[in-house]
Design a protein around this ligand. Sequence first.
Ligand code: MG
Length: 476
Amino acid sequence: MKIFKRTFDSTALTLLWILFGNFTITNAQKDTKDKPNFIIIFADDLGYGDLSSYGHPTIHTPNLDRMAFEGQKWTNFYVGASVCTPSRAALLTGRLPVRSGMASNKHRVLFPDSKNGLPSSEITIAEQLKKAGYNTACIGKWHLGHKEQYLPTNNGFDYYFGIPYSNDMDYVGKDIPGYKKLVQQNPENLKTENYNVPLLRNLEIVERPANQNTITKRYAEETISFIKQNKNQPFFVYMAHSLPHIPLFASKEFMGKSERGLYGDVVEEIDHGVGKILKALEDEELAENTIVMFTSDNGPWLPFETHGGSAGLLRAGKGTTWEGGMREPAIFWGPGLVKPGLITDLGSTMDLFATFSSMAGIQVPKDRIMDSFDLSETLRGHNPSPRKSILYYRGTELYAARLGDYKAHFITEGAYGQFGERTEHQTPLLFNLNHDASEQYNIAGDNEEIIRKIREMVQNHQSKLVRGKDQLAERE
Ligand code: MG
């Protein structure tokens, strides 16, 4: 009887919904309600091996691990470049930085005296999601131009709180022998006042030098307050942490706490903020309709030894086109939207543009070449990733290409004085990355056909490539 009653009730409710539901909720309200919220949490210089869920033995990241367990953990996920500025441009535009001009062979990133920034002709994810009625915020490090026209609020973001370039710039300390020696001599020398980096709210400088001891905590607070203010409409937050890029800073509660030392303190504070953001989403009953995505802009800055991160089993780090420079942890969490699992298919930060556009119900721009694949059906657990290849650029030069399991290096070069000089390879080095993630065993000799296919893919890409004007070269 009880069963019958329940069935009757639900049938009656369904009938009522069919008869009256469409009249009580307007289409516009329904559209907005259906659109998921998106939060990207982007670490700076965090390596593939720096989270406990990606194998680190002494850094504890329970909140990110929870996201990986309840969501999707991707193990072949890449960034668009191995240093800050071009990597950020790639994520925000869904295009290779060589197309937007946000890659250069003269300067690898933007500096406080750089003249230019992200061209206004580029469409950022924020500008794209605004078309679908999203409220948007950029919290954290920008690094796509510090002049007014280049700042987040002129690139599709309604709100900005953060630093305009890297946390090691605007150095004003006296007579230092360099960061590494300084810290080795006495960690007390690590003073936030030595870096005269401004902290902005929208277009105003609200603090200079930015207090970097508390900045990680404040980014989390700002993100949570934006979530709460915007809980009744779809929102997008691009939360780009300025750490664990050196110089390393953590707030009092985290200093000296991690078994991994200061670098671990910083990562654990970022993780703590992730936990608070997840809790805020749950408290506001937004978790079922929000995707939180975590990754990092490039691999670890290895010359800084214990102050740099770890690429785990991947070769080399930041600045190189070896896997350690460009493959990153990538976690998608969304209890109502993402089917949990381990994903070994290919993905890229550039794919977030098409993926979020598709989930928000809007078309990607048709007037330009995009490098963005829609991963939404992979997130839902329906289909494998549509991405089959990765192009590894250094500046404006293509150094390597991956097709399926195989990666060919046409040029190899270390960075920051490590991992060797630039070398061009007549016959590329070839690695099967699924068998040999550490790129140790060159198998070019036995695989001419695979090399031919990768060359063909590269030629096809290059024949259509229109290079953007270099935005990083000019300084004042
Ligand atoms: Mg970086």
